[in-house]
Design a protein around this ligand. Structure first.
Ligand code: ADP
Ligand code: MG
Length: 168
């Protein structure tokens, strides 16, 4: 489960980030936990919108910044959590995060770095960062067997030609 398992990709448009999310969403299983970190505009919501498409969600996915979490129904439920307004990890403690983490859906958390200690050790961390105006790097770091497997599935899809190419 070491750093050798991780993968860094660069996308060159919001559409490419969405496609990556879609590929990931298609591979998810009940109970999966996806932790997204990165600054405002890094593409977290864009990625979650793709994940939703990959799960067959038909409703509109927006940043749930002012409501903490929204639930969408697809092949599996998608719990879209946003911790933007959490300043202190202890605040997040009382929000009912565990219900989402322990639920049978796929839980995708924006600003997960604001409450890192609250999450189970096993998860897929996706650290997004600005590289240029339309360029974003996405560093995918799996923790635990399930997430190594999930990332391997994604690597296979990428090797098959879609979506984004691995960064050289
Ligand atoms: P966050 O949720 O991290 O604050 P959003 O997904 O809401 O970020 O916004 C990302 C913004 O950056 C959108 O306006 C999107 O169109 C733009 N963008 C430009 N290039 C990319 C890219 N490669 N990936 C994702 N978003 C991009
Ligand atoms: Mg967002």
């Amino acid at each position: 489960m070491g750093p050798l398992q991780e993968l860094t990709l660069v996308t060159y448009s919001a559409q490419e980030t969405g496609e990556l999310g879609e590929a990931l969403g298609a591979l998810t299983l009940p109970g999966d936990l996806l932790l997204l970190s990165g600054d405002l505009g890094a593409g977290k919501t864009c990625l979650v919108q793709g994940i939703a498409r990959g799960l067959g969600v038909k409703t509109v996915v927006r940043s749930p910044t002012f409501v903490f979490a929204t639930e969408h129904m697809g092949r599996l439920p998608l719990y879209h959590v946003d911790l933007y307004r959490v300043d202190d990890p202890r605040e997040a403690d009382g929000l009912g995060l565990d219900d989402y983490i322990e639920g049978d859906g796929v839980c995708a958390v924006e600003w997960a770095e604001r409450a890192v200690d609250l999450f189970p050790a096993d998860h897929l961390l996706i650290a997004l960062a600005h590289v240029g105006p339309d360029d974003r790097s996405l560093r995918l770091i799996p923790s635990g067997r399930r997430y190594v497997e999930l990332l391997n599935g994604l690597k296979e899809r990428i090797a098959a030609g879609r979506p984004a190419s691995p960064d050289a």
